[in-house]
Ligand binder design. Sequence first.
Ligand code: HEC
Ligand code: HEC
Ligand code: HEC
Ligand code: HEC
Ligand code: HEC
Ligand code: HEC
Length: 428
Amino acid sequence: MKTDMCRTPLKALIALCFLVFSFQSPLSAQDGAKLFKQNCAVCHSAHTDQMLTGPGLKGIFDRAPKGDWLNRWILNNEKLIKSGDAYANQIYNKYGKAAMTVFEGQLTDKDVTAILDYIKTPPPPPTTSGPTPGTTGVVDPGTPQAGIEPLYLILGAVVLLAILIGAFRSVRTSLQNSVNRVEGKEATEELTFWQEVKQWINSNTRLVGVFGIILAFMGMKSCWNACYNIGVYYDYKTQKGYKPEQPIKFSHKLHAGDNEIACQYCHSSVEKSRHAGIPSVNICMNCHKGIQTGPQYGEKEIAKIYEAAGFDPKTGKYDESKQNPLKWIKVHNLPDHVYFNHSQHVVVGKLDCANCHGNVKEMTVAEQKSPLTMKWCIECHRQTEVAMEGNAYYDRLHKALKEKYKGQYDVKFTVEKIGGLECAKCHY
Ligand code: HEC
Ligand code: HEC
Ligand code: HEC
Ligand code: HEC
Ligand code: HEC
Ligand code: HEC
């Protein structure tokens, strides 16, 4: 009788677990907000005009061509640009030819519609009393969506059932005792709750075992996921938007933009080593020995170059004893425990500087455009396909993989698949 009584709630519990599991996936597949966070938030802010790697999407329905243009762009912007579409080429050039990810094969038409719906509906204003009214409208794309994990739901259900079972128990004992009294027997001995739980566990070892394994597995999985989210919860630490004043008013817009000087001319080690490097004053002197006045500050700022180089523009001579190296202030600062390598990303990964640094050619003062958090690295590694085609580094691997999966299905080789999410790849 005892086990019978406990079995009904147990069945209910199992049914509840299945309910929680089965509700999870169909919901999330349709969820535009979630899809946006997973696929687009690294590069776009949905409801503001804040520039990340890509432009903020506020007002996108007014500026983009009507019809199915947005769907076509989002699924395969490369194709649209190549087709000569005017607006596609206009924005591609405007944002420094930064490449947006191609989502064809990864997102369905339905997904894209869900994402567009999400972009169309601005989020309800936060109900919490924000510190300043000015900041409440900005949605941080890095903030994880609040939602209850199934693990907590199940734990909650277990607690609830324990309470129910407790209540059943006392009802049952008093019923049993009334029966005993009528039949003239002695009152049944009351077992403590734990004694009864032990008894129940003993008579249901297999179920308890299976259940224990499921719970332990889910626990481990959420710990593992939490690892990748470190950094997300520390997003307040991000230095995005940092643009310190430099000792000389050096403008990337003037040099790399207007005068089209290649990034590599000054950041010459970017393709060879992990560091991009900051040019020494000698590099400046290659040009500024001759160019002695500037369009905005006249001789004033360029004079600081001469001071650093120990150069006298009147005599055209260097005096080494007067040299005084420039002290540029570092804009991007990864912590010491992180390993980041430029040549791996620029040469092997074939990424453009703008993917991570934004449109430097438009900056008068160098600025950190990306969050540089762990989440930022991880999300890009999850999404970006390894540039295999025509990449000497990967030719052999690519051929082997093509052979292996011939005719089966299109495999997407993201950085994740080559181990780009392993802790040790990025941490000493
Ligand atoms: C790797 C970064 C990246 C990702 C990921 C990305 N985009 Fe973009 N997106 C860009 C860039 C950069 C542009 C600007 C055009 C260009 O340079 O190609 C852009 C342009 C756009 C535009 C046109 C903006 C305008 O002002 O006209 C839309 C719309 C857009 N993206 C939507 C999306 C959606 C939706 C997703 C997710 C499914 C997404 N993007 C994912 C980088 C990205
Ligand atoms: C004429 C030389 C020159 C050229 C060309 C140039 N840079 Fe720079 N760059 C500098 C100097 C000097 C600094 C350090 C001062 C500063 O931060 O403004 C710098 C700083 C930077 C920084 C910030 C570094 C930090 O401290 O974290 C980035 C990012 C950067 N450059 C990217 C680029 C990109 C991308 C291009 C090409 C579009 C480019 N640079 C072209 C000279 C140059
Ligand atoms: C490849 C040539 C080249 C190099 C290298 C170069 N510059 Fe320039 N720089 C220019 C040109 C061109 C101008 C614009 C002159 C004009 O328009 O009158 C300029 C202008 C300037 C100005 C004047 C800005 C103003 O508006 O008054 C400053 C300051 C300056 N550069 C700093 C630097 C520094 C610092 C470096 C080294 C990190 C450097 N430049 C390296 C070509 C160069
Ligand atoms: C995958 C993202 C990514 C790409 C692509 C990228 N950078 Fe960087 N860049 C970073 C990060 C992250 C840092 C900070 C490194 C640190 O603090 O150790 C950085 C730092 C820099 C610095 C500061 C000096 C240094 O070496 O730390 C310069 C200059 C720079 N980048 C220039 C460039 C140029 C030029 C390109 C294109 C040729 C480029 N970057 C491409 C992510 C990127
Ligand atoms: C814009 C996208 C992007 C961002 C942002 C990015 N990466 Fe990467 N990363 C790549 C690509 C693409 C590759 C693959 C290069 C290759 O083919 O080896 C890569 C490869 C790597 C690898 C080598 C992985 C392996 O298995 O060989 C390391 C380590 C790495 N990245 C570290 C970082 C760190 C640290 C950051 C953040 C500070 C970062 N990356 C941010 C795109 C990105
Ligand atoms: C693609 C590169 C990458 C991978 C893979 C990666 N991390 Fe990180 N991690 C970073 C970067 C970048 C930071 C610095 C974030 C910051 O300063 O905001 C960081 C920071 C951290 C921190 C310090 C937290 C903080 O906010 O300063 C810890 C702890 C950490 N990572 C653990 C891990 C663990 C555990 C794994 C494996 C599950 C892992 N990381 C995988 C790039 C990576």
